[in-house]
Design a protein around this ligand. Sequence first.
Ligand SMILES: Cc1cc2nc3c(=O)[nH]c(=O)nc-3n(C[C@H](O)[C@H](O)[C@H](O)COP(=O)(O)O)c2cc1C
Length: 187
Amino acid sequence: MTLMKEIEERRAYRALSPDPLPEDQVERLLTAAHHAPSCFNKQSWRFVAVSGDALAGLRETLSEGNKWATRAPLIVAAAQKPSLDCRLDEGRDYAPFDLGLAVMSLVLQATHEGLVAHPIAGYSPGKVRKALGIPEDYVVHTLVIVGGKGSDELLSDWQKERETGPRLREPLEKVAFRNRWPDPVSG
Ligand SMILES: Cc1cc2nc3c(=O)[nH]c(=O)nc-3n(C[C@H](O)[C@H](O)[C@H](O)COP(=O)(O)O)c2cc1C
């Protein structure tokens, strides 16, 4: 058995094509997100899918290192408000957790359809809220940069290297244990 194709193929690619995405594809990506599980089925996630002329304001919110994202034909702003979701003891605020599950569903659906979907944190959340009319009490947790694969002309040297470099991960034994922390997964 190998890992699911989409999990293997997904990478945080940055070389994008500006070609617009069909409307039904955008809707499918949002539906994939919305099919995610959530605590008590709260569905506290909120998404704003931005394309065409509406992208101009959003591009200005990106950090210098995320210039590559200005080529994307679609950016999905993903927001959450903790009070809309389960808030349990020991700091278990489930709104960001549920939003993460939903974003991963969107990312895997996009990968399945041959697209790049790359969540980022490098932007000004206040400016994004203003540009998109997102209410003050929502946290804009990520922008998902979406598009077909394309040119690497806006990438820095290290970003170009990462396009073809190996997936970098800690050893599995550092992050996952078997039966009891910190017993090893294998061996
Ligand atoms: C929450 C989050 C924030 C990220 N922010 C950025 C970002 O601002 N700019 C960027 O180029 N990549 C960003 N990334 C991509 C990560 O750097 C990338 O996923 C990581 O290096 C692992 O590489 P891989 O996804 O190709 O396996 C972000 C990823 C996540 C999940």
